[in-house]
Design a binder for this molecule. Structure first.
Ligand code: AMP
Ligand code: MG
Length: 510
């Protein structure tokens, strides 16, 4: 049976992504608009449900990402003429809206059917450089995967996704992007009362998730599973197409991307908050900005999400959850490798190596964040030592790293001021200075951000936006889109929350 599955998959590979991107861009039917080429629909029939977004009664574009539109080869003014494209109700030509099927482990428990419950994939836009981007509306209405949900989204969480994903992009972290936020003109009912309804337009390298593969593996539909895996390979690792060992090689690629991604999150103090397998993208992009937030005072157990009672997705647990989620990916791929003993042993061996791979990525990143010259055997101890010196000290994660630049110039004052008791830090500074690269101050300012989306600033901006004042939001967006420079007037955006702000609690974006 298994060879049959694989040969079927191999045949499928030949028809996957037949478009030759750079030589033949698909036509642009709307002037200044999208060039859709919908390979998912062509190559993966049966894995989605055709479903149009709801019609918004009064569509209005609130935010348009002009820079992103530019890199996608879209003309912002042309887009602004079509609020219905971004709020629902009008479709750009070439769009073929669908809701995608996926499953996922949520907080450790398996849900065999999740899927796009409030999202519509409009299609794949081909940018001028030939790159393929999923264009998806989120908050655009019910689908067959909605279960009890209303398929909608409130303005606050959609603005939050826009803000944080754009901050992550500016920080150099692989992420889905936000092209627009549009008001629908209707209200949605939430715990807090009736809130303005909104839709975010998400741009992603793809919406393939670990949970997409789990959906087919759980059903025992190994033929479709093989096709979806080949499709994922065609989109993200085309150099592996047609190789006999491509499934295992693909697993290694996803592992490498995820290890690197989680290391980047850890370097920034980013807590994703809901690392369920349906929120792990095979592309290696950060996806699903629900309850995420940035840690301020360094504390390994930091949790923001109101529903994460056990701390499963706490800051310091993220590398462990990486391994857990990759184990679920391995299980989903197992049927394509043959469920016999050798395949299990091969995958187990891969999983045993995840912690080491992650540690290597983290250490590589820490060498950058600490401004070290080359590599030395004791760098791991040095990096661990900095974190240990911060533990329990109330030191702001972002500013502690940022102030290393001044310390490298000889002024450790601002760094020491972050610590309740800098004794351990003082002992650490000497060995650290001995390892610094020649251009450490400039390097450290390029590597450690001054401005991240501070929780109290995010809340302040979202509260004002809810009252119809978008100015604080756009000011904050401008700040987080320029994380490294030291222009005057940035202090208010670089400092942690005042003590009166209290513990920060976030909610999943329903
Ligand atoms: P998330 O927590 O955003 O990763 O979503 C988990 C699942 O719940 C996905 O299948 C979503 O499509 C679905 N979902 C979230 N919010 C809604 C909503 N308002 N209506 C319908 N489905 C939703
Ligand atoms: Mg999700």
């Amino acid at each position: 049976m298994l060879p049959g599955v694989l040969s079927q998959a191999r045949a499928a590979t030949e028809v996957i992504l037949t478009l030759a991107p750079d030589s033949s861009l698909p036509p642009r039917a709307d002037p200044g608009g999208f060039r859709f080429d919908n390979s998912w629909l062509r190559d993966l029939p049966g894995t989605f449900v055709a479903q149009a977004p709801d019609t918004a009664p009064a569509p209005q574009i609130l935010l348009l990402n002009r820079a992103l539109a530019g890199t996608l080869g879209l003309e912002p003014d042309a887009l602004l003429a079509h609020p219905g494209w971004f709020a629902g109700g009008a479709l750009p030509q070439g769009a073929e809206p669908v809701a995608l099927a996926y499953a996922g482990h949520q907080f450790g428990g398996f849900s065999p059917q999740l899927g796009d419950g409030r999202a519509h994939l409009l299609g794949e836009h081909i940018a001028p450089d030939g790159r393929r981007w999923d264009i998806q509306l989120k908050g655009s209405g019910r689908t067959p995967f909605s279960r009890g949900g209303d398929g909608k989204a409130a303005l606050g969480p959609m603005l939050r996704e826009y803000l944080i994903s754009e901050a992550m992009a500016a920080l150099g972290v692989p992420t889905t992007r936000s092209l627009a936020v549009a008001l629908t003109g209707e209200t949605v009912r939430r715990e807090a009362g009736r809130l303005p309804g909104a839709v975010v337009t998400r741009v992603a390298a793809s919406h393939l998730r670990v949970g997409t593969l789990q959906f087919w593996a759980a059903r025992g539909d190994h033929g479709t599973l093989a096709r979806v895996v080949d499709y994922a390979i065609a989109r993200h690792d085309p150099d592996l197409m047609g190789r006999d060992d491509r499934v295992l090689a693909f697993f290694d690629r996803v592992t490498a991307r995820q290890a690197r991604l989680v290391a980047q999150w850890m370097g920034l103090g980013f807590v994703h908050g809901v690392l369920n397998t349906d929120n792990v993208a095979l592309s290696g992009e950060t996806i699903d900005y629900g309850p995420c937030a940035f840690m301020e005072a360094y504390a390994p157990g930091t949790v923001f999400s109101s529903i994460d009672h056990q701390g499963r997705y706490a800051y310091a647990n993220q590398p462990l959850i990486l391994g857990w989620n990759l184990a679920k990916l391995a299980e989903a791929l197992l049927p394509l490798l043959g469920e016999a003993e050798p395949a299990v042993a091969v995958l187990n061996d891969r999983l045993d190596r995840v912690a080491g791979l992650y540690r290597a990525e983290w250490l590589r990143l820490m060498r950058e964040k600490l401004g070290l010259a080359g590599e030395a055997a004791a760098d791991g101890d040095l990096a661990d030592g900095f974190l240990a010196s911060m533990d329990g000290q109330g030191a702001d994660w972002t500013l502690a790293f940022r102030h290393l630049a001044r310390a490298a110039e000889g002024d450790a004052g601002p760094l020491r001021a972050q610590f309740a008791d800098p004794a351990r830090l003082d002992a650490w500074l000497g060995p650290w200075r001995a390892r610094l690269r020649a251009d450490a101050p400039e390097h450290l300012r390029r590597t450690n951000p001054l401005v991240i989306p501070r929780n109290h600033k995010v809340e302040e901006a979202l509260a004002a936006a809810g009252q119809g004042d978008l100015a604080p939001f756009t000011a904050l967006l401008a700040q987080v889109s320029d994380p490294y420079s030291e222009a005057p007037g940035r202090e208010a955006f670089s400092l942690p929350a005042p003590t009166g702000f209290g513990d920060y609690v976030t909610f999943c974006g329903t």
